[in-house]
Design a protein around this ligand. Sequence first.
Ligand code: KIV
Ligand code: ZN
Length: 515
Amino acid sequence: MNTPINPRIRIFDTTLRDGEQSPGCSMTPPQKLVMARALAELGVDVIETGFPASSQSDRDAIALIAAEVRAPTLAVLSRCLPGDIETSVKSLEAAAKPRLHVFLSTSPLHREHKLRMTKEQILESVHRHVSLARSYIDDVEFSAEDATRTELDFLTEVTQVAIAAGATTINLPDTVGFTTPEEIRNMFAHVIANAAGSDRAIFSAHCHNDLGLAVANSLAAIEGGARQVEGSINGIGERAGNCAIEEIVMALKVRNAFYNLDTGIETRRIVATSQLLQRLVGMPVQRNKAIVGANAFAHESGIHQHGMLRNRNTYEIMRPQDVGWPDTQMVLGRHSGRAAVEARLRALGYWLEEEELKLVFEQFKALCEQQRVVTDADLQSLMQDASGSDGYRLASMTISDVGSRANALVELSDPEGHRISETAQGDGPVDALFAALASATGVQLVLDSYHVHSVGIGADARGEANLSVRHDGEAYEGTGTSRDIIEASALAWLDVANRLLRQRDHHRKEAFATA
Ligand code: KIV
Ligand code: ZN
């Protein structure tokens, strides 16, 4: 790709408009506000908040969002109708950075069968309505609906008219997901090269996924000169959906040496944002969905696990932590080899002698005959059976408020099976809990990050807590799962502490053996 003139790709999120209008994805105004906050945290440049003329619910959602979400530009959609534009302007009254998004179809099929308008009427309508929008708000986007099935020369003419009328962004959508990468690259390059005034506008791609090409087509549009990409979280949207934001953003990041283009996205927030949307609309993504699917960073085959253990670049093109997952998941199952089981045991703090490992591996294989996946908890119980002890166990915990602070009482059984209890105060329940666990175990952990998210759906939903901590300058990750998120947090903390204690015992034994 040539050296880009403008090295920044703007991310225009339409989860709340195009995404929300797809079957099974509707959200209430308060749900849209929650999602808009998350999108702002994620760092999207524009949030398309709705289509004000379409419903009172859309207008309510836009008002809620505009009153609170200040950093991103807030766009709303309007047809080329004065009434739509006026309703949109009203709905954006409280917005810090408002954008009017006006659209009209341009393809022969839509002109003839949907609009019953001639080319001249289309040009006149674009001029009139973009001018009207611009008379209210300086930031105006015009979309030529079904652009990819429009005659190139006419599309160029429409673009020219829209820019002359004041449009600052020109969107050329692949409304029906029909185009191919080469075709859309040429379309953008042609329009940008031939429409007078194109240097005064940002060109935008809005690709639907009917042929599974939305991300590939958006990347090709960028190669043709687009500097804004429209999409949605998890790719939700009309029919097969829109370009998935998490995928396009990571494609640009992972292949930065080729594209040489950045986005303003805080990629570590991607998984949390995706999971929030899955919960809000009740639509989980498939396990093998790129970036945010449960298997996106899971390796089960023995050959892959072996390669990963030697050098993770063998089978991993990005770090799971870069998109907000805790760490690569080596899924242990019947395809896994001894090296992977040994590595997982070591990560859990168990260093085994050759003979011990052989025995445990046999037990592991036997377990694989009964269940598809062997979890960390399964391995820990195998080890507990072998050694009779497995570190500190949580017996009970009580959290209470003391003024503006919280008090935690934890009761643990120690590795020898004795009961111990400790209390501590903190700035909140989790802070107090971790302080009590630290006094009970004598392990000091510095917390780097802490996330709680739900796993499973409906009656099976549980909270999973993931911690990134440091101990003596080394980084560790801990996970805990429970129906209660505070208990899940305690289990995640103990997961790390027990591993450290086993590690310490192992080093002591080693030092003793070599002394
Ligand atoms: O797909 C499309 O063409 C649209 C426009 C309204 C931008 O969603
Ligand atoms: Zn669309």
